[in-house]
Write a protein of this length. Sequence first.
Length: 116
Amino acid sequence: MKTLFILNDPPYGTERSYNGFRLARALSKHDGNEIRLFLLGDAALCAKAGQKVPQGYYNIEFFAQSILKRGGQIGVCGVCMEARGLKDEEMIQGAEHSTLEHLAEWTEWADKVLVF
């Protein structure tokens, strides 16, 4: 199954993006699943490398890297990155500076689209 996750919320402060990453990671562990995540708005900050969180608190970067290692893809809205001052060199290795045109292509590719 090909699943596209569209995330909108920041990495911390709400748990929507966290829960989207959790489900994407769980699905990525099952054979035959292809996972793509597209980060919009404040979710663009989920792709920031070097996240440091208090001990015992979840780390979105860990979830993102885990999904990428299993062959998943992460696209980040370029306009959203620019609005938040996020540069390409600050992103997690493997996350891609992307566009809404790319999101449209991924939406057509997917069997299911889940929005968090």
